[in-house]
Ligand binder design. Structure first.
Ligand SMILES: *Cc1c(COP(=O)(O)O)cnc(C)c1O
Length: 386
């Protein structure tokens, strides 16, 4: 199915890729195959499935959809975004080195620094706004470059094409965490990345009702190694969760267009608010990554962060607990707007000195702009900031 859809627009792909009507009943939606095992006609003779950790029809439909919408050949679904990241790092061996971005999801940092480091995999962290910084850490052991763009929560932009060229020269793989952009706004494989990772919990699911992760690649050997890890480590999503993400994907383009429109309106409103010191959003023409974002993204998205002029912890706490429509919660990418204090919530696992050094101040507030009416969101923020 993914192959037949190569010459259609992204909206058509999002709705149809991987989702053939059920051959048995004609059901338009992929059924939730809530089964752990499958009848065999004789030992080893199956209809393509033998056990749901190794493969399940609902998951297979989702994996085909994920591959198609990222312009990749192969998709793999995992039980969470961090499980997808975990699978990618398990491609490596003790002694291998990874160059990762300083500014990335806190849980990725925790997995690298507190779990994989003790298995002998070494991580270097560099500011990837300038790809030249990566080169300084390249050596014969460099096997993987890991980046995220736009970054969480500072909305920095990495030039995927430039980093891919460095990775190629170093003989290392490039993995891009594409969660913040989603496959509708950005396709890293098109710019030379080898691996794309998603927390499908966010925009792909889109409704804050499921935790799921994804990996997409083009190379068959890489896919087979990742499939072996998926099957052997077993961090697979259940069929119902796969169904929810399949359903979410069908409206990704419509939602992302509105997230982007609302993001722009709110970013400008915050910038014009006299009590706001700085707004981080990659759609501002004076954002350092604006030209690159324009090159590699379809629109600038609905993720932004800002700092108040009065950034005392009391004032920040007052603002994030004063919104009435926007909810104080971790996560992002759902239809509803969420507000978050990274230093004490999503990024609390990063040591404070590290955080501050990388520009993630105690007063930073992150917004996942939803698809409500922009005027209501602006009014809500304005009254909360006061
Ligand atoms: C949430 C998130 C993850 C982790 O995904 P889970 O589904 O929560 O495990 C990874 N990367 C980014 C950028 C995220 O926002």
């Amino acid at each position: 199915m993914a192959n037949e859809l190569n010459n259609v627009g992204i909206g058509t792909k999002l709705i149809h890729a991987g989702a053939e009507p059920d051959p048995l009943t004609g059901a338009i939606m992929t059924p939730i195959y809530q089964t752990s095992t499958f009848k065999q006609a004789s030992p080893g003779v199956t209809k393509g499935f033998d056990y749901s950790r190794a493969g399940n029809p609902t998951r297979q439909a989702l994996e085909a959809s994920l591959a198609a919408i990222e312009n990749g050949k192969y998709g793999l679904a995992f039980s969470s975004g961090v499980a997808a990241t975990d699978a990618v790092i398990k491609l490596l061996s003790p002694g291998d080195e990874v160059i990762a971005a300083t500014d990335m999801y806190g849980g990725t940092y925790r997995l690298f620094a507190q779990l994989f480091e003790k298995f002998g995999i070494h991580f270097h962290y560099v500011d990837m706004k300038d790809p030249a910084n990566i080169q300084t850490k390249v050596n014969a052991n460099t096997k993987l470059i890991w980046t995220e763009t736009p970054t969480n929560p500072l909305i920095n932009i990495t030039d995927i094409e430039a980093v891919a060229a460095i990775a190629k020269k170093a003989g290392a793989l490039l993995c891009v965490d594409n969660t913040f952009a989603s496959p509708y706004l950005q396709n890293p494989l098109n710019w030379g990345a080898d691996i794309v990772v998603h927390s499908a919990t966010k925009y792909l699911g889109g409704h804050s009702d499921v935790v799921l992760g994804a990996v997409i690649v083009n190379d068959k050997d890489l896919y087979e190694r990742l499939y072996f890890i998926q099957k052997s480590s077993g961090a697979v999503p259940g069929p119902q969760d796969c169904f929810l993400v399949l359903r979410g994907i069908k409206t990704l383009h419509v939602r992302m267009d509105r997230h982007g429109e609302n993001g722009a309106k709110i970013a400008h409103a915050l910038r014009n608010n006299p009590k706001v010191a700085v707004v981080h959003w990659c759609g501002f023409e004076d954002h350092p990554g604006y030209q690159i974002a324009k090159k590699q993204m379809r629109n600038f998205g609905g993720m932004l962060s800002f700092e108040l002029k009065n950034d005392s912890i009391q004032e920040v706490n007052r603002v994030v607990t004063s919104t009435k429509i926007i909810t104080l919660a971790e996560s992002l990418g759902g239809v509803e707007s969420l507000i978050n204090h990274p230093a004490s919530m999503t990024h609390a696992s990063i040591p404070r000195e590290e955080r501050i050094k990388n520009g993630l101040n105690d007063g930073l507030i992150r917004l996942s702009v939803g698809i409500e009416d922009a005027a209501d969101l602006i009014a809500d923020l304005t009254q909360a900031i006061g």
